[in-house]
Each structure stands twice: as structure tokens, then as C-alpha cells.
Design a protein around this ligand. Structure first.
Ligand code: GRG
Length: 218
């Protein structure tokens, strides 16, 4: 069953219902599952709960009429941004999730780094943890980078909020670094001044020409 707001949205925009169904499936899985064997499993979880949000946003935000990008590439970017946001969220909330018995980190990569579930529950920042976190942060940043070109292909009025949210979410990763990777007991938080500053920066970015119309493309 659909609620009134969702019904209104799907009648107004050419939106596919599949991501909504996937999101509900993902949330159902999340009720039962508290460990992820490897990044493939984590990727699927992130797709279900956040990549889907990216996919459902594109038809509402709209691709710029002048854009020459393929729809596929724009949807790919939206998916990447949802993933980047969710991975960032997971890295920010390691301590909070552990206190609920949940570890949203790839078990094989933890083992490779010489870390166990117990280490996460104990929550002590060690050299092993820092090294592990650097790898995770690097991967989240790669997904943000993958999303960038796609943002420029959206309708002009949609770009500003997307750039703003992207700049802010990316800074959470910087804050984890600034906290010396203590995401067990310190919440990575972007201060008000930085938040306010992100708005004009995002506005500036929203004025850039869609990437597909630039002639210096490689
Ligand atoms: C890039 C292009 C072409 C379009 C933009 C497409 C968009 C808007 C993508 C962003 C999708 C998005 C906002 C995903 C949300 C992911 C996220 C961090 C969810 C957090 O959910 P919870 O886990 O409930 O959060 P808390 O832990 O904070 O409660």
C-alpha cells in the first residue's frame, strides 16, 4: 500500500517503484542481519537503504534539458552518492552501532587488519584501527568522487542542495580524521560555521556547466 504523499509523487513524476520496494526489503533484512562478510555484502546493504534514495531522487530532481549525459550515467552517479553517504554514516556511527550489537563493517577486511568484533566492542583506537579506518574512508571518498560529474547534469535548481549535502557529508569523513579515528566514543560532527560556508561554495558549484557540455572532456 502507498501513502498519500508517495502516491502524489509517483503520479507527478516519471518515477519507478522498484527502488521503493528494494528499500523496504533492505530495511527488513537490516532487522535480522548484524554482520557483513565482505564489501560486496555491505555494498548490497548500502544499495538497498541509500542507493535506492539516489535512484528515486533523479526523476524528481530532473536531468538538465541541455545535458548530453546518458540517463544511465546520471543514475549511476546518484547511486554512488547514496552509497557514499551511507558508507560515511556507517563510519561515523561505529560506536553507536556497536552498542546495539551491530557491526556494519566488512568482516574480511577487519580480519585482514587483525581486528575482531571484540575490538570494536571494546572501542580502543589502535594503530590497526587507524589503518583499517584509512582504507574505509578512502573508499567512501571514491564513491563521492564518482558522483561528482553526475551532479552537474541535474537541472540547475536541483544542483545546489545536492552539492550542499555532498560537501557536508564529505566533511564528516574529515572530522573522523580530525578526531584521530575515534568513532567509538566521539561523534564526527561538522560545526555550524563550516555548514554555513558550504552553502555559498555549493551555490558556486551549481553554476558550473554540465560536464557533458564541456569541450575539455577527456
Ligand atoms: C548525484 C545525482 C545525479 C543525484 C543526487 C541523488 C541523491 C539525492 C543522492 C543522495 C541519496 C541519499 C540522501 C541517501 C541517504 C543515505 C543516508 C545517509 C541515509 C541515512 O539513513 P539512516 O541510517 O537512517 O541515518 P541515521 O543513522 O542518521 O539515522
Amino acid at each position: 500500500m502507498l501513502d498519500a504523499a508517495l502516491f502524489d509523487t509517483i503520479t507527478k513524476f516519471p518515477i519507478d517503484i522498484q527502488p521503493f520496494k528494494d528499500m523496504i526489503d533492505g530495511m527488513r533484512t537490516d532487522l535480522k542481519k548484524a554482520r557483513y562478510k565482505n564489501f560486496d555484502e555491505l555494498y548490497m546493504y548500502c544499495y538497498y537503504v541509500a542507493g535506492t534514495v539516489g535512484l528515486m531522487s533523479v526523476p524528481v530532481m530532473g536531468i538538465a534539458p541541455e545535458s548530453k549525459a546518458t540517463a544511465e550515467s546520471v543514475y549511476g552517479a546518484a547511486l554512488a552518492l547514496g552509497l557514499a553517504n551511507q558508507l560515511t554514516n556507517i563510519l561515523r556511527d561505529v560506536g553507536e552501532d556497536a552498542r546495539r550489537g551491530r557491526i556494519y563493517l566488512p568482516q574480511d577486511e577487519l580480519a585482514e587488519a587483525g581486528l575482531s568484533d571484540e575490538d570494536i566492542f571494546k572501542g580502543v583506537v589502535t594503530e590497526k584501527w587507524r589503518k583499517f579506518m584509512k582504507r574505509q574512508i578512502k573508499r567512501a571518498r571514491m564513491f563521492f568522487e564518482e558522483a561528482e560529474q553526475g551532479v552537474t547534469e541535474l537541472r540547475k535548481e536541483s544542483r545546489w542542495p545536492v552539492w550542499a549535502s555532498m560537501l557536508l557529508y564529505r566533511q564528516i569523513l574529515d572530522e573522523i580524521e580530525a578526531n584521530d579515528y575515534n568513532n567509538f566514543t566521539k561523534r564526527a560532527y561538522v560545526g555550524k560555521a563550516k555548514k554555513v560556508l558550504a552553502l555559498p561554495v555549493a551555490y558556486g558549484k551549481s553554476l558550473l556547466l554540465p560536464y557533458s557540455l564541456r569541450n575539455n572532456q577527456t
